[in-house]
Design a protein around this ligand. Sequence first.
Ligand SMILES: O=C1O[C@H](COP(=O)(O)O)[C@@H](O)[C@H](O)[C@H]1O
Length: 263
Amino acid sequence: MSAAAQVFVHRDKDEMARAAAARLSARIAEAQSARGSASVVLTGGRNGNGLLSALASSAGRESVDFSRLDLWWGDERFLPEGDPDRNVTQAREALLDSVPLDPARVHAMAASDGPYAGDVEAAAEAYETELAAAARSEDRPGGRARVPAFDVLLLGVGPDTHVASLFPELPGVRETERMVVGVQDAPKPPPVRISLTLPAIRAAREVWLLAAGEDKAQAAALAMSGPGEVQAPASGAYGTERTLWLLDEAAAARLPGDLIQGG
Ligand SMILES: O=C1O[C@H](COP(=O)(O)O)[C@@H](O)[C@H](O)[C@H]1O
């Protein structure tokens, strides 16, 4: 975890989802007013989808110009197009199908039956190329940007501290050169996945980690106690400007009180 990380605790997962949705719509509106458009990296999982559903029914959605919003994914399960377990399918159902997005700005990762059929490495390379094409020189002053400086990058935190599809001790979490990797042996099904790497995640202006429920308490405490990103991938996820941990009380139960900022 970066020194600047802030921890916000909410009563339960629904309140957390509503608060995160309100925070996200405000942040998108600010970015759109400052730079003309906004970019958000979505996460799969219960909390990421809970946030999108909360945004779909919130008043805050009116402040977002969805036609000027770029959407990317932090990871994807390498399954056929339309599979109910794909992160993009779940995000469409929770929010995307009900808002006026520009389809050219919705950057889903490839499906297993698409042009890279069965070849997850080629699918990961293709996403890396798409990210590089969208990166601008101002996204990394003084250097060559390989991914956009995303305004907000969302990450669900797994009970084993995985984020995106970067699992403890697996090669993906050790990657320092590639921006996107194919994952062959994820311990959580399905085993084959595509994931942004920690260097890509760290290019985001803001990284928000979401965790709710008792089964996340150990993970949140471990990630914030600094064992290192190989053992606890969530501890290696931080933004260039801000890192937020958005938790419910159950997930925060094992944190030292002095880490918590408020609700
Ligand atoms: O499989 C995945 O799991 C994580 C965490 O999901 P959760 O349901 O435990 O919150 C998620 O962040 C990731 O995107 C997804 O592919």
